[in-house]
Write a new protein. Structure first.
Length: 75
C-alpha cells in the first residue's frame, strides 16, 4: 500500500496532515512522490510499523480487504 493524504482524510473524515507528520517523524510511515501528480505525495507503512503491529506484510493487517475495497470505491 500506497495511499494519498486526500484518501486518508476521506476515510478518517478529518484532516490527517498532523498525524501523518508525526508518523513520519517516528519512522512508521514514509512519504514517496506521486508518479501521477508531481504536486502530491503518497504514503506507505514502513517495515518498522509492520514489525510493531506484529505482521510481516500489509496484507496481514486486520480488515485489510475491507479497507482496500473502501479505498478503491472512493476513486
Amino acid at each position: 500500500g500506497l495511499v494519498s493524504r486526500a484518501r486518508i482524510d476521506y476515510l478518517r473524515g478529518v484532516n490527517s496532515s498532523f498525524i501523518l507528520r508525526h508518523l513520519m517523524i517516528r519512522g512508521l510511515v514514509e512519504r514517496v512522490p506521486n508518479p501521477e501528480d508531481a504536486r502530491s505525495f503518497l504514503y506507505r507503512p514502513t517495515f518498522e510499523l509492520l514489525q510493531n503491529l506484529g505482521v510481516k506484510r500489509v496484507e496481514d493487517l486486520p480488515d485489510y480487504a475491507s479497507l482496500t475495497t473502501k479505498l478503491q470505491s472512493s476513486l
